[in-house]
Write a protein that binds this ligand. Structure first.
Ligand code: V47
Ligand code: SF4
Length: 371
């Protein structure tokens, strides 16, 4: 329930029927999703999203202690929005060897880390065994760590390289240490965006089919949405509806992660960065549309810590984690720090009036920071 003045605002903004559905936990339609995006009253959209956020997560704002391992930037997909990838032989192209990965994962600064988020380009020079060895190496260096590795784009590549069937390939990855998969590579799940921005990459139906397969093998995943380039509001909503349908079927998604497009050094560098208002509206509409997702992430690397703080009242309940090092957004113009300490994350969350809570990779509470 909101205060009377907030309700008045919602009715004046023409959002009364969506508000009633929100209070009654009824599912919103695609048309209602577009109405929310087009609303000229973002405060009302945020206030409604906050109702769901608090219904699902109370006052908690989650984070974890994670590190990124971007094992190669060599990629043959050449997505228009990517500043990270290089062709083999380009200046700055790299692939980490197992020794380099082991030494990186073993660094003392990673001692508290509970999750390694491992992704890379689709490097045609890497054999199937490289991927297994990569997982085994990180597990050897840090046996207790949760390995969240390989987007569906990489899973597709690994399946193509593997002598095994797709389910057997998944089992081999799980045997090597895979615990869950990240949600990248989804971009906007619609044919026009795929054709225009990333046609060499797996199409939307394949991304969804692989997610379904991974969920059926018993692994949890996340789902991202890259916004702020050429997509329309209707296409963002189409993306969310496809995720919502799959979530109804499998229940395998842990969280939704909106990714703010960073244009520098990309072939779309004429497009401006999304505004803070764009960021907040994507969080809020996602919270209202994705009624079967428990968590909406404010990925502070791309949103900035201050917008992430505000987003905790616009539908987001999770600040991702410490991260330690990030390349994809920073190559494309992110000015955020490469990492945040636990103390800093806790302080940022406390400033918003939320209760900081460290979680593990599947959202079990690890430590609640009461006042
Ligand atoms: O797949 C590429 C996107 C993704 C740009 O699963 C860009 O919890 C912005 O998926 N500007 C990788 N985004 C990051 C990712 C992620 C991040 C945090 C948490 C999780 C999670 C996943 O970044 C790529 C692509 O969709 N990307 N280029 C760019 N210029
Ligand atoms: Fe390759 Fe991923 Fe960059 Fe696309 S976004 S070019 S798949 S690294």
């Amino acid at each position: 329930m909101l205060a009377r003045f907030q309700e008045d605002r919602i009715y004046k903004a023409g959002l009364g029927s969506i508000y009633k559905k929100t209070l009654e936990a009824q599912r919103l339609t695609a048309e209602e999703g577009v109405i929310l995006y087009e609303s000229r009253d973002p405060l009302s959209v945020g206030a409604m999203a906050n109702i769901i956020r608090e219904r699902k997560n109370g006052n908690f704002a989650w984070f974890n202690q994670n590190m990124r391992i971007d094992y190669t930037n060599i990629c043959d997909k050449r997505c228009e929005f990517c500043a990270f990838s290089r062709a083999s032989g380009d200046t700055g192209a790299y692939t980490l060897s197992p020794e380099e990965i082991e030494s990186f994962a073993s660094q003392p600064e990673h001692d508290g880390v509970t999750e390694a988020h491992i992704v890379g380009g689709v490097n045609p020079g890497l054999p199937f065994d490289y991927y297994l060895e990569l997982l085994r190496t990180v597990k050897r260096a840090r046996p207790a760590i949760h390995l969240k590795a390989f987007t569906m784009v990489e899973i597709d590549q690994i399946i193509n390289l593997s002598p095994l069937s797709p389910p057997e390939t998944m089992d081999a990855l799980i045997d090597a240490g895979l615990d869950s998969c990240p949600g990248g590579g989804a971009e906007i799940l619609c044919e026009r965006i795929h054709r225009t921005l990333c046609q060499r990459k797996i199409p939307p139906e394949r991304w969804l089919e692989l997610q379904r397969m991974v969920h059926r093998r018993g692994l949890r995943t996340t789902a991202t949405m890259l916004y702020g380039h050429i997509e329309t509001a209707a296409e963002r909503v189409e993306h969310m509806i496809k995720l919502r349908q799959l979530q109804d079927e499998t229940g395998g998604f842990l969280a939704f992660v909106p990714l703010a497009f960073h244009p520098l050094n990309t072939r779309l560098s004429h497009i401006s960065f999304p505004t803070a208002l764009d960021d907040l509206m994507n969080i809020a509409v996602a919270r209202l549309m994705l009624d079967n997702f428990n968590h909406i992430k404010a990925y502070w690397i791309m949103l900035t810590p201050s917008v992430s703080q505000i987003s905790l009242s616009y539908g987001a309940d999770d600040m991702d984690g410490t991260i330690m090092r990030e390349t994809i957004a920073h190559e494309a113009g992110a000015r955020t720090p490469p990492m945040l300490s636990v103390e800093r994350l806790v302080a940022l969350i406390r400033e918003t009036g939320r209760t900081p809570a460290e979680r593990d990779s599947i959202y079990n509470p690890v430590r609640v920071y009461n006042a």
